[in-house]
Design a protein around this ligand. Sequence first.
Ligand code: GAR
Length: 205
Amino acid sequence: MDACRLPVAVLVSGSGTNLQALLDRAGRPDAAYQVAVVISDRPEVFALRRAVDAGVPAVVVDWHEHASRAAFTDEICRVAADHGAEALVLAGFMRILAPEAVERYPDRIINVHPALLPAFPGAHAVPQAIAYGVKLSGATVHFVDEEVDHGPIIAQEAVPVAPDDGEAELHARIQAVEHRLLPDVVQAFAEGKITVEGRIVRWHK
Ligand code: GAR
């Protein structure tokens, strides 16, 4: 590992397009972070292949093999710590971590969500936004606290909803924004340019 770059663990559950964006950004000469390990709650997801292809350790912490959310969270934190991770990035991670994770990584867990929080928290943000009839949705990157999709907002960007958008169309346009926003946030965080006080996040030059 490069001692100058913040080691982060990236948590995934699926295809890992956000992971890919993070890996690509970490490969640039000015990157201030490195992906120390990729952790999936499910085996055989494409995100694990992306990690292997990038030469990054890929570990499955199977949700179904743990007796409780606390035990699952404990194992994730142990794997992250074993790989030297100093922050966690949830990139399409579809499980809720127990509060112990926030205690171990206070203001050091970053999540990306496909809606403009606090609208449409949870696992079905994109179809819910379409069904509600909003004209604008978007992407949110935020710190994780003890409540689901609730922590201090670091960055947001709006995406217009087109009249004939289905879930796939809108989600694809939101993800295009996520792929820029999430690596930018992790880079700025690793550079020490992001501070948080209560709910208020500030970006510094
Ligand atoms: C992303 O769009 C992310 O915002 C969303 O899952 C997708 C994962 O895509 N996360 C959530 O809905 C969390 N509530 P990816 O695996 O291709 O990065």
